[in-house]
Write a protein that binds this ligand. Structure first.
Ligand code: NAD
Length: 434
């Protein structure tokens, strides 16, 4: 099939590359010329495990091309995926300007039947708006399909190649058949391709993300209670998660959720619920609790030092919002570092992949180091914000020698409190007893 993917970011690039890998001819479109130059060289502008090899291979085999020319992409392709940003607008809703603008242009360039597939996370009714906009611009036949994306950054290629499920929303048998054909190579093992109406499909994505955000937040609140009552959240997690109705995933306590999806999707769903006067009370609390959770380490530091944090030097390990990505959108590290810098703390930061992004976002307010040990030199405390694998088994003797004081604030419960005590560290985790 001839496919175009409009928007070549974390989702569009993975989707385009994986569809090329399954034998389709794919044109990826973006407005960012620098990104396009990087991609044309066969380099990935983002860190995503396994992506670069697939990218290079499919460019070489001429199944994958990159362009800023939307007209060519629309005219040459039968299926057009929208993988455009839908960031949070000022009022908390999803900002649809990119999606709606591109829809209008697609309408103008139509030269025959097309399936326009929305992969962006969009509020219920957006597919209807896209259909309206396109039909004002063209007399050519077309269908609009909702196909929300569930990939996780850090495991995106694998998630796309072996999806738990594929959700397709729409009512045109012709378009649904094309979608089923396109996804057939990815659901061969029997994972379901679930067809539904467009509104249900659009809402499914928000409901799934909001539920996961709630699960994380619930566990964070249980962790805070563990600290008060003298319980260990890791034991509670194991005891709870082994119940198959609950499940082990997304039960790790930490410093709050971040990233490019949960915060904006929770906010957009709340916005939708309010506009229908059907308040989602739980989600209101999730948003509030998560905002507070991002500050738990800062509060622990304030309590530990008793006085002002001014003049302290703090090493921060991990800046990306989670491991295996360089994405820092809404990363808890940003909130934590902002608060500490505001209080006069000197930050010595390290992340295995997000250093460039961190420099762009945090500038000179922070000192950056090439490895995690250099960041520790003379530090009063170590703060672990992202649980990268390389932080799991460090040389604690070396850490102790490098730091001014052996104090660790572990925002991801990477270390065992007992071992930390044995090794002579003052250790603070999340929800690990009093
Ligand atoms: P992104 O910001 O990484 O990528 C979007 C790309 O679109 C950018 O490269 C940008 O330059 C490009 N773009 C903007 N306007 C354009 C235009 N007019 N024409 C062509 N290209 C244009 O965003 P993302 O993380 O890939 O997310 C895209 C959508 O997918 C969002 O709705 C998001 O909620 C959803 N989503 C994201 C993830 C994720 O993990 N990142 C997962 C599932 C769903």
């Amino acid at each position: 099939m001839k496919i175009s993917v409009i928007g070549t970011g974390y989702v569009g690039l993975v989707v385009g590359t994986c569809f090329a890998e399954s034998g389709n001819d794919v044109i990826c479109v973006d407005v960012d010329e620098q990104k396009l130059r990087t991609l044309k060289r066969g380099e990935s502008p983002i860190f995503e495990p396994g992506l670069t090899d697939l990218l290079k291979k499919n460019i070489e085999e001429k199944r994958l091309v990159f362009t800023s020319d939307l007209e060519v992409a629309v005219k040459k392709c039968d299926v057009i995926f929208l993988a455009l940003p839908t960031p949070q607008a000022e009022d908390g809703s999803a900002d649809l300007q990119h999606v709606l603008e591109v829809a209008k242009k697609i309408g103008k360039f139509m030269n025959g039947y097309k399936v326009i597939v929305n992969k962006s996370t969009v509020p219920v009714g957006t597919g209807d708006r896209v259909r309206e906009i396109v039909s004002k611009e063209t007399k050519q036949p077309f269908d609009v399909i909702s196909n929300p994306e569930f990939l996780k950054e850090g495991a995106a290629v694998n998630d796309f190649m072996k999806p738990d499920r594929v959700v397709i929303g729409g009512d045109s048998p012709k378009a649904l058949a094309i979608m089923a054909d396109l996804y057939a190579p990815f659901v061969r093992t029997g994972n379901p391709l679930i067809q539904m109406d467009m509104h249900s499909s659009e809402l499914t994505k928000y409901a799934a993300n909001a539920f996961l955000a709630t699960k994380v937040t619930f566990m964070n609140e249980v962790a805070n209670l563990c600290e008060q009552v003298g319980a260990d959240v890791d034991m509670v997690r194991k005891g709870m998660g082994t119940d198959p109705r609950i499940g082990m995933q997304f039960l790790f306590a930490g410093v709050g959720y971040g990233g490019s999806c949960f915060p904006k999707d929770v906010s957009a769903l709340l916005n939708t619920s309010r506009s229908y006067e059907c308040e989602l009370h739980i989600l209101n609390s999730v948003e509030d609790a998560n905002r507070r959770q991002k500050m738990v380490l800062v509060n622990k530091m304030r309590k530990h030092y008793g006085t002002s944090l001014k003049g302290k030097s703090v090493a921060v390990w991990g800046l990306a919002f989670k491991p295996n990505t360089d994405d820092m959108r809404e990363a808890p590290a940003l909130t934590i570092i902002d608060a500490l810098v505001h209080e006069g703390v000197m930050i010595r930061a390290y992340d295995p992949e997000a250093m460039e992004e961190a420099k762009r976002r945090l500038g000179k307010s922070v000192k950056y180091y090439d490895n995690n040990y250099d960041a520790l030199k003379g530090a009063d405390a170590l703060v672990v914000v992202t649980e990268w694998n390389e932080f799991r088994r460090p040389d604690f003797d070396r850490i102790k020698l490098l730091m001014k004081e052996p104090v660790i604030f572990d925002g991801r419960n990477v270390y065992d409190p007992k071992i930390m005590k044995e090794k002579g560290f003052v250790y603070y985790g999340i929800g690990r007893g009093r």
